[in-house]
Design a binder for this molecule. Sequence first.
Ligand code: NAP
Ligand code: HSE
Length: 348
Amino acid sequence: MSRAPLRVAVLGAGTVGREVVRSLIECGPDLVAADGAPFELVGIAVRDLGKARAAGLPAGLLTDAPAHLVADPDVDVIVELMGGDEPAHTLIAAALAAGKSVVSANKHVIAHHGPDLEATARRTGATLRFEAAVGGGIPVLGPLATDLAANRVISIRGIVNGTTNYILSAMADEGRDYGDVLAAAQAAGYAEADPSGDVEGHDAVNKLVILARLAFGIWLDPADVVITASADGPGAGRPGITGVSAADIATAAAGGRTVKLVAEARRAADGSIEASVLPTALASDSALARTAGVLNRIEVEAVPVGTVAFSGPGAGGAATSSAVLGDLIAISRELGSTWAGLPPAAAR
Ligand code: NAP
Ligand code: HSE
């Protein structure tokens, strides 16, 4: 028997949102799982209606009032792709409080408000999925929560920001200037609306907090993640890659090393989790060092599996839409939240 369609509203139709909307419009039947409901796109929220109409988005679905879509009883699923803290946080919280399913790619909101959002979702029985928040199109949160559920995770280490990896790669391989490459990363849709979050390491911190929630069962406080490079290594005591110079890259290369922004969370001997996002000179023949451009790579060391790695496109509209749509299909199959099956997280 065919199931009633899930009525989906998409909040935000920028780099990621427009790809999700396009797929929902063009590939509708292809997105229906054998044991899931089909989707009906019922609303799209943007700030600038004229710009959205000019971009070819269906005028009849557009609104500049995202809160109306969240409150609408004829909307079942909210897909939040606006970015930033507010109003995204309030909209997600309201949807979960009303028992609606939510898909979000917003690592800032998930990392900073995760404990409250998880508590609300567990209280109301609402589903919250956020695979796209880490690693763009790379499936990593789902495997951590499900396929690796039998493991005790020792560490997570990787490159989780496409913009900074794109910049460092171009500086190292092409000798290009930091400012020019950042502009190219913005034009390609990799950077956040405010790219300071990328280059200062905050975006990678948010992703590490989310990875740690699934790997270690705890919501770390983003403020506790170390982001300031040591004064005598690459990065000159500044946050993220903002202090990485052409000289740092050349010095590393002369020693057979490559500078990368490495995010790492590790179980310490006392059971606490130590977390950092730091520019690091890696052996150039290592898999992490060879992760170039917008690619991301996340290595998980766990018992009994050993070390497994996840790699692929870490940013970009099309790649990221894959993760968002995968979460939508999971909701249509009633598979629950990204943390489904894991115990509630320990408080911060
Ligand atoms: P974006 O290109 O800046 O698009 C944001 C969209 O949200 C625009 O359509 C914007 O409308 C709309 N919007 C913003 N504030 C709004 C408000 N108050 N009311 C209504 N509409 C609003 O952003 P993006 O790159 O697609 O990123 C979206 C989310 O995905 C972010 O959380 C980001 O961190 C995450 N993400 C992005 C990538 C990527 O590669 N880009 C990858 C993974 C995750 P207007 O255009 O009319 O202003
Ligand atoms: N700005 C982010 C990045 C987008 O460059 O990795 C993907 O999360």
